[in-house]
Design a protein around this ligand. Structure first.
Ligand code: TPP
Ligand code: MG
Length: 357
C-alpha cells in the first residue's frame, strides 16, 4: 500500500468496530480523565501542584487510540496524554504523586509536573520539546522490526508538531524503512495561540503522509469508535509489515494550553461554545443511554466513584513527604566516581545540619 498512498485514504479495515462490551469501560476511562483534569486545574490554582496540562476535549481520541493497542506496544507520548496512560493501567495514585513530585513519584521529582513515564506500562516519559518523541517512535519501530517483535510503536503529538523537524525526519525514516509505527496526531486546532489555519497550507494534516509514501487518515476524534477503528487498522498494517500510518484525529482543546495560558486572549467564546457541543464524553454518554441500556443512575455512580478515587489519591499524595534530596545522587552511575561520593557526603552533612542544601 505504501507506494500507492493517496490523500487521506482510509485503510479498508476501518469498519472494524469497538466491541459493544468494551464501551462502558472505555467511557469509564474517559470520565476518569475528565474528573482528574478538572480537579488538577483547581489544584494548580490553589497552589497545591505547580503546573498542569489539561486535555479536556481529547478524551475520545486518546482512549479510543489506546484501546486499539496491545500491552506489548510502546507508547511515545507528548505531554497531554492522560487518557492513554489510564488505558495503559497507570494507577491514578501514581499519576497524582508525580504531579506533586513527592516521595511516591517513581521518577523522583526529576521531570516537570505532568511529564510522567512508566517503563512497566511501556509508556515513555512525556516529551516537552515538541516532536522528539516522533523520532524515538520511528527508531523503536525499527528495533521491533529487526527483532521481529510482533508489536508496534505509537507517537502522540499535536497539530503544531507537524511543523517540527522531528515530524519530517521521523515520518521519512519510518516510510523508508516501513517501520511498524503509528503516528497519531491530535489536531486540537491550536498550537498554544497559533490556529491550525496558520500552521500549514496543506488541506489536512493527514495529507503529509503522502510525501513519505504511506497512508494518512482523517478521523473525527470526538467519535471514540472511529478513532478505535482507524488505530486498530493502522496497528494491523504495522504488524503485517505494511509500514506506518499517520492518523489525524480532529478534536478541540477545550481548556487552556497549560495552567500558564489564558486562551481568552486569542480565541473566541463562539468557537469554544461550538466545540463544547461536540464534547466527546457527553457524546458517548448519549450513545450509551440511547443504544446500550445505560441509565442515569449508573452514570451518576460512575462519576461519583471516579471522584472518590481521585479524592483518596490526592489525600494520600498530600500526606507523603517530598522526594528525599539525597536521591539526587542516585541512578546515574553504576559505580559512582569518587568526586561524586565526596559531594554526596558534603551534601549529606549540610542537609542533616539544616544548612542550605
Ligand atoms: C521544540 C519546541 N519548540 C517550541 C516549544 C514550545 N511549545 C510547547 S507546546 C507548543 C505547541 C504545540 O502544539 P501542538 O503540537 O498542536 O500540541 P498541543 O499543545 O496543542 O497538544 C509549543 C510551540 C517546545 N516545547 N518545543
Ligand atoms: Mg494543538
Amino acid at each position: 500500500m505504501s507506494g500507492s498512498a493517496t490523500r487521506t485514504e482510509a485503510p479498508e479495515e476501518t469498519t472494524e468496530g469497538l466491541p459493544a462490551d468494551d464501551l462502558a469501560k472505555v467511557y469509564q476511562r474517559m470520565v476518569t480523565a475528565r474528573v482528574i483534569d478538572e480537579r488538577c486545574l483547581t489544584l494548580q490554582r490553589q497552589g497545591r501542584i505547580g503546573f498542569y496540562v489539561p486535555m479536556q476535549g481529547q478524551e475520545a481520541a486518546q482512549v479510543g487510540a489506546a484501546w486499539a493497542l496491545q500491552d506489548e506496544d510502546w507508547i511515545f507520548p507528548a505531554y497531554r496524554e492522560l487518557g492513554v496512560a489510564l488505558v495503559r493501567g497507570v494507577p491514578v495514585a501514581k499519576l497524582i504523586n508525580q504531579f506533586y513530585g513527592n516521595a511516591g513519584d517513581v521518577i523522583k521529582g526529576r521531570q516537570m509536573p505532568n511529564h510522567y513515564g512508566y517503563r512497566e506500562h511501556r509508556f515513555v516519559t512525556a516529551s516537552s520539546p515538541v516532536g522528539t518523541q516522533i523520532s524515538h517512535a520511528a527508531g523503536a519501530g525499527m528495533a521491533m522490526q529487526r527483532r521481529k517483535d510482533a508489536c508496534v510503536s505509537i507517537a502522540f503529538f499535536g497539530d503544531g508538531t507537524t511543523s517540527s523537524n522531528d515530524f519530517h525526519a521521523g515520518l521519512n525514516f519510518a516510510g523508508v524503512f516501513r517501520t511498524p509505527t503509528i503516528f497519531f496526531c491530535q489536531n486540537n486546532q491550536w498550537a498554544i495561540s497559533l490556529p491550525r489555519s496558520q500552521q500549514t497550507r496543506s488541506e489536512t494534516l493527514a495529507d503529509k503522509a503522502v510525501a513519505y509514501g504511506f497512508p494518512g487518515v482523517v478521523v473525527d476524534g470526538n467519535d471514540v469508535r472511529a478513532v478505535f477503528a482507524a488505530t486498530r487498522a493502522a496497528r494491523r498494517r504495522a504488524v503485517a509489515g505494511e509500514g506506518p500510518t499517520l492518523i489525524e484525529a480532529q478534536v478541540y482543546r477545550l481548556g487552556p494550553h497549560s495552567t500558564s495560558d489564558d486562551p481568552r486572549r486569542y480565541r473566541s467564546e463562539e468557537e469554544l461554545k461550538a466545540w463544547k457541543e461536540k464534547d466527546p464524553v457527553a457524546r458517548l454518554k448519549h450513545d450509551l443511554l440511547t443504544n446500550f441500556g445505560w441509565t442515569e443512575e449508573q452514570d451518576a455512580q460512575l462519576w461519583e466513584t471516579a471522584r472518590q478515587e481521585l479524592a483518596a489519591a490526592v489525600k494520600a499524595a498530600e500526606a507523603l513527604p517530598p522526594v528525599d534530596p539525597m536521591s539526587l545522587f542516585d541512578d546515574v552511575y553504576g559505580t559512582p566516581p569518587p568526586q561524586l561520593l565526596e559531594e554526596r557526603a558534603e551534601f549529606e552533612r549540610s542537609h542533616s545540619s539544616g544548612g542550605p542544601p
